[in-house]
Design a protein. Structure first.
Lengths: 449, 395
């Protein structure tokens, strides 16, 4: 008899506003209608997932100085839509990505604590920072924060949010009508915080929420990001999709926890992954290739090339060869998306691959801009995922479907039961809060001053 | 002279507007911070076919002092974020409008506008925004970004209030532009050209003002109502009374003390220049309704150790008495009422069951919801985007 597998944690990422979300498919539904959010969240809950995850984007992306028009675009305000989802789900964790650069701690801590109350303890916050003046143009503070300052602000922001969440005693609200005591005397404490980023004082307005503090997620692979996660986060959302990279990352991050007095299992490592399921491995591989073609339309292929080359290449044939002209390194054509740091080197590599394999522009972009993480029959996918976790490359996965709203259906119907049979995934929820699902303790509140 | 149906809204706050209301039997005050508690209240209001509920909010603890916390432990303290609370109520209701308070002094106009747009999406066209300013030093200290002098309870600092209202008007202008920044037909999903949107139908709003600049466009597609409803409470005490609602809102909540006062206020509101649809004028009343209304109020006053005071007129009476009063005030030009129940659930039931029945007997209230959107219930058309190009343009 084989020993039971290590338990996997699973989350569902609502498909994002980029080319990997396929819209030119007859099954593709609305990216904004509440029914799409409801369908995906209910499917995740049917599959006993840990949580449902929303990304953030506070300014529409641009390409060559105009709004990028080739990808799905348009999203709701995350915490608002998650609050609505709290009414149509019962156990599923609800995670919002919210940035510390363009929010203030008092307001955001209130909103997160509110979601935790409304959902009965299912709120999570993916803490991100924004660096660019491009996004800042929509906000009061505007401007630009350099990389170190972004993390300094994020660090102080989270610390202050925890102070606010701790400022009400857990048993503050007694509501004893007979004795006429609504709040226990002294149970709401004044907070006072003076730091380089924030100087604030007063009283918080939301009673301590069911989880004490919402679950904290961190996304970002840089050294600062890893350190921030080791110090502050309960979950880390990574991009390391291969086994070797995953193991190295896992070992590195877990080793950083001790110096903050934390145990390795207090931080869950969950890479964002994609998947394609077919009846057989061969069918899944065919499907995967077809999805890649849908994700990279002829126009999208040219747009990717323009990002690397820094030039208008709209005259090129996407089914033809790469251009002979050199990239213009002085010019960025894309705003509001992750940048390539060394475009000259990327162009060199792309040329080499195209030459070697004899690929057209579109074929090359399909090849170079992403491949599905898990492709195969339900058996193959379940087994690979369980092995990935057993090998110490992750604690679980954040699944990114390519279709709204049905992109998770197959996984939940066909892969989840196999993971459950393997003993690698819960058959039922055993708790009611997201901390319960993740196996993370409620933080101790502050002792009364 | 005035006929047709009255508009009715109920203002929800804690266990009711009397500070001792939470001590009434059946108040379920321990559940105040749960979704279930609010779902029951809004369900009651919806069964009464009310136009909408408002939800109070502020960046400070409730207090009997103007700009400090007090040490009272015998009154409700603490509140949830009203926009998120409203969103959690959207899937639990089908017809009633949801109008949370969101403040403009310390918030980001972009975030607030996207929150209300999202509320409109999740409720399929039932969102509103009750706009409020934060005039207190204690609120400003929670943010540490600007200094606001300690609140003068008599509001003699007209310059400060004028500034905060001016900023609120700018915040509403930003929200309205953002809500229009995606034209209705911006999403084209055109496989032949590979385009998901027609970017010519998305617009930068390029707002630049004294307190903030916002580039746009919205990240959220145009809300189902086009423009969610904007409501402002105005006591008429600013340098130019009713200017903010006339400039920015669809509904103004006013606080007449009697019928003559109502007529005077209506005249002053109507005198303020305004473009577009006429402002809907709602009077705020704090009500105790039912055969036992007077006893309830007396009992709560006794428990709280003081007689209830309010900025709105306080009315105690049977459903029929209240119905007659509302219809009398309607003659003065009041088109709707935002009723603040003294105690929940008793006075909420008094409104949603007793008062609505009394008004129906007088032919003055709906028998069924006649529209799926809040704009529809208020008789307001769905506006075209201000950025929409003329019909007949080339595709």
């Amino acid at each position: 008899m084989t020993p039971p597998h290590r338990k996997i944690h699973l989350a569902a990422h609502f498909p994002g506003v980029n080319n990997t979300t396929v819209w030119a498919d007859p099954r593709a539904g609305s990216q904004i209608d509440f029914s799409s959010f409801e369908h995906l969240a209910r499917t995740a809950e049917r599959g006993k997932f840990d949580f449902f995850f929303l990304a953030e984007g506070l300014r529409l992306r641009e390409h060559k100085g105009r709004i990028h028009d080739l990808d799905v675009v348009g999203r709701p305000e995350s915490l608002t839509v998650l609050s609505a989802l709290s009414a149509v789900t019962e156990r599923l964790g609800l995670a919002a990505t919210v940035n510390t650069t363009f929010n203030e701690p008092y307001e955001l801590a209130r909103r997160l604590a509110t979601l935790d109350h409304l959902s009965g303890g299912r709120a999570a916050w993916n803490v991100v920072t924004t660096n660019d003046a491009f996004t800042g143009a929509n906000f009061r503070r505007g401007g630009y924060l350099d990389r170190a300052d972004r993390y300094r602000r994020a660090e102080e922001f989270v610390r202050l949010a925890r102070t606010l969440w701790d400022s009400w005693d857990p048993d503050a609200v007694v509501a004893d009508a007979e004795r006429g005591v609504f709040v226990r005397p002294g149970a709401i404490r004044e907070f006072r915080h003076e730091g380089p980023q924030f100087t604030v004082a007063g009283h918080f307005t939301v009673p301590r929420s069911p989880q004490g503090h919402p679950v904290i997620i961190q996304a970002g692979d840089s050294g600062e990001g890893r350190e921030f996660a080791a110090a502050n986060a309960d979950v880390i959302f990574t991009r390391h999709g291969t086994l070797a990279e995953g193991k190295a990352f896992y070992a590195d991050v877990k080793s950083r926890l001790a110096k903050y007095g934390r145990r390795p299992d207090e931080l869950k490592i969950m890479p964002g992954v994609t998947f394609v399921i077919g009846d057989t491995d061969a069918e899944a591989a065919e499907l995967a290739a077809e999805i890649r073609r849908q994700q990279v339309s002829p126009q999208t292929a040219i747009a990717f090339l323009e990002q690397i080359w820094g030039r208008d290449l709209s005259g090129l044939d996407p089914d033809g060869p790469l251009p002979d002209i050199e990239p213009d390194l002085s010019r960025e054509v894309a705003e509001g998306r992750v940048r390539h740091h060394d475009r000259a080197a990327v162009a060199e590599r792309w040329r080499a691959v195209a030459r070697e394999k004899g690929l057209s522009i579109r074929e090359l972009v399909i090849e170079m801009t992403g491949r599905q993480s898990f492709v195969g029959s339900p058996q193959t996918v379940a087994k690979s995922m369980a092995e990935f976790v057993a090998a110490g490359a992750a604690d679980g996965f954040i699944l990114v479907p390519h279709l709204i709203p049905g992109g998770l259906d197959d996984f939940v119907d066909r892969v989840v039961p196999l993971l459950q049979e393997l003993g690698a995934f819960r058959a039922e929820y055993t708790g009611t809060t997201l901390r319960d699902h993740l196996g993370i303790a409620v933080p101790a509140g502050k002792e009364a001053a | 002279m005035t006929t047709g149906h009255l508009h009715l809204a109920v203002a929800l706050d804690g266990a009711g507007w009397h500070p001792a209301a939470w001590r009434e039997a059946g108040a379920h005050a321990r559940e105040l911070f749960t979704a279930r508690y609010w779902a029951k209240l809004v369900g009651e209001a919806e069964r009464g076919l009310l136009d909408f509920v408002t939800i109070e909010d502020a960046f400070r603890l409730q207090s009997t002092l103007p700009d400090d916390v007090d040490d009272r432990t015998d009154q409700v303290r603490g509140r949830l974020d009203a926009v998120l609370l409203a969103a959690s109520l959207a899937p639990r209701t089908r017809h009633i409008g949801l109008v949370p308070t969101a403040t403009t002094t310390h918030t980001e106009p972009f975030h607030v506008a996207m929150g209300i747009a999202t509320l409109d999406h999740v409720s399929r066209g039932r969102a509103g925004w009750r706009v409020q300013v934060s005039p207190r030093a204690s609120e400003a200290a929670h943010f540490g970004r600007r200094t606001i002098p300690r609140l003068d309870p008599e509001f003699r600092d007209r310059a400060l209030l004028a500034e905060l209202f001016e900023e609120a008007a700018d915040a509403v202008e930003v929200a309205r532009r953002l809500w229009d920044s995606w034209e209705d037909d911006a999403e084209i999903r055109d496989v032949a050209t590979g385009r998901f949107i027609d970017r010519d139908r998305l617009h930068y709003i390029d707002f630049s003002g004294r307190w903030f600049s916002v580039k746009g466009p919205a990240i959220t597609p145009r809300p189902p109502q086009g423009q969610p409803i904007v409501a402002v409470l105005d006591h008429g005490g600013t340098a130019v009374p009713y200017e903010l609602p006339a400039r920015a809102a669809d509904i103004v909540f006013v606080t007449p003390q009697d019928r003559e006062d109502a007529a005077r206020i209506v005249e002053r509101v109507r005198a303020v220049p305004r473009d577009g649809e006429p402002l809907r004028i709602f009077a705020d009343l704090l009500v105790f309704v039912g055969p036992d209304a007077a006893e309830r109020k007396a009992r709560l006053d006794e428990l709280d150790g003081a007689e209830l005071v309010s900025d709105a007129a306080i009315v105690t009476g049977t459903a029929d008495e209240l119905a007659d009063l509302l219809l009398d005030w309607r003659e003065a030009g009041i088109e709707g009422f935002r009723l603040r129940p003294g105690a929940v659930p008793a006075d909420l039931k008094g409104i949603a069951r007793g008062l609505t029945a009394a008004l129906r007997r007088r032919g003055a209230f709906r028998h069924a919801y006649e529209s799926a959107t809040l704009r529809g219930l208020l008789g307001l058309p769905r506006p075209a985007s201000r950025y929409a190009t003329a019909p007949g343009r080339l595709p």
